[in-house]
Design a protein. Structure first.
Length: 151
């Protein structure tokens, strides 16, 4: 019987340690060395969480950039680089298309999302954006992700 409780306690301690380690993931620099797509590099600031390389933005992604800057950047930082005081970077491997597909962004905006990767708390729904608006923001974020090796 004591072995059972010892095993449970050790498992709980290990789970807490892993959770603490993952939760304290330090900001990282995300760059791409391909000069053909490099137009600017944004370095991490006091509140930004990652440094990014900006591609040339055009078409629907440019419209998405305007929407992002006016609505999303307050929490997710300039160019999606995160805001250490408000919200996570979207230019991060966690948000690669294979892990967080486009529909997950649509649902996060429409319904909000419970915190599950970062320590910032829950994201509330964002009022006033259509699915089309969000699709253009996704085009913008995916363009930056691709320029930074996140596919």
């Amino acid at each position: 019987m004591n072995t059972k409780y010892l095993f449970l306690g050790a498992s709980a301690a290990a789970a807490i340690a892993v959770f603490g380690f993952l939760r304290s993931e330090s900001p990282q620099e995300v760059t791409q060395d391909d000069p053909a797509t490099q137009t600017a590099t944004v370095t991490a600031t006091d509140t930004a969480m990652v440094a990014i390389t900006m591609p040339e933005i055009s078409g629907n992604a440019a419209i998405g950039q305007n929407i992002f800057e006016s609505i999303c950047a307050a929490c997710h930082g300039a160019q999606g680089g995160g805001n250490a005081e408000a919200g996570p970077p979207l230019i991060h491997k966690i948000y690669e298309p294979g892990h967080h597909g486009d529909e997950s962004f649509q649902r996060a905006v429409a319904n909000g999302v419970r915190a599950h990767h970062w320590r910032f708390g829950d994201m509330p729904p964002v009022e006033g954006l259509t699915r089309g608006d969000v699709a253009m923001v996704i085009d913008y974020i995916r363009a930056i992700q691709r320029a930074n090796g996140i596919n």
